[in-house]
Design a binder for this molecule. Sequence first.
Ligand SMILES: NC(=O)c1ccc[n+]([C@@H]2O[C@H](COP(=O)([O-])OP(=O)(O)OC[C@H]3O[C@@H](n4cnc5c(N)ncnc54)[C@H](OP(=O)(O)O)[C@@H]3O)[C@@H](O)[C@H]2O)c1
Length: 266
Amino acid sequence: MNLNLVNKTVLVTGGSKGIGKGIAAALAAEGASVIICGRGEEALHEAEKEIKQEGGNILAIKADLSEQEDVDHLISSIIERYETIDILINNAGVVSGFDDFETLQIEDWQKLFDVNLFGTVRVTKAVIPYMKKAGYGRIINISSESGVQPDAFMPHYNASKAALINFTKSLSKAYAKNGILVNTISPAFIMTPLLETVLKESAQKQNMTFDEAVQEFLLNHRPHIEVKRPGTVEEVASAVLYLVSDNASFINGVNLRVDGGSVASQ
Ligand SMILES: NC(=O)c1ccc[n+]([C@@H]2O[C@H](COP(=O)([O-])OP(=O)(O)OC[C@H]3O[C@@H](n4cnc5c(N)ncnc54)[C@H](OP(=O)(O)O)[C@@H]3O)[C@@H](O)[C@H]2O)c1
């Protein structure tokens, strides 16, 4: 299947680790020019090196999306080099542990929203004029199953992810006439290096094997994943490849769940 992504300019926010890194690698393997950003320089350059070694066209730019100045610098650096941004993957996001509502302070809500929602808004606001000018654009917002099926804990995270799904819908209605399609992808329990480390520690503490710790996590925290395993970064990346390709040219405003059937409703 020809995805027609060769030479497309793509920004993957939070492309230095986990799901974002997998998305960046998959897009680079399809011949896109990929820009990744994140706060930590070491992880950024490690990801850049790895993707380059695979023959990918990749550029890493340090940026904290909770800082407007960093976002301005990120977008102007990309425009200076590539002239436009065809595809934007709003992936960067933070989680802050299994906090309950009463433990969380207003500052925790503000800090998390500043990345998960406002970081996405800042980047999107800066990119839209270039997509409008080109009469073409694809935007994917990475939400979560928690955006429609929240747990009792992390209400700030869950609310930020629900907001992203709603934000997608508004933009999809506003910009389709400009050739810009906007969709959400909502993963559930994807095995990233970070989660792998957490589960390895949990296995050690509970004197379990790694597989037992994964099954314990599924049972207690993600009992609705019907395929009874975590998803992979590649499984999220392949959904992204499809949605940003010409094969999905009539798909706009959807929330595509990559969640092994976890969300209970239709
Ligand atoms: N893994 C899952 O099971 C899962 C499930 C559902 C949804 N998601 C969503 O998928 C996305 C990626 O998650 P992940 O598990 O791959 O997380 P991860 O491994 O922690 O990676 C997060 C990425 O975002 C970057 N980032 C964080 N804060 C940032 C900021 N202020 N400015 C710029 N970049 C920032 C990180 O780099 P730095 O830390 O260096 O800045 C990193 O590159 C998130 O939006 C998450 O909510 C994940």
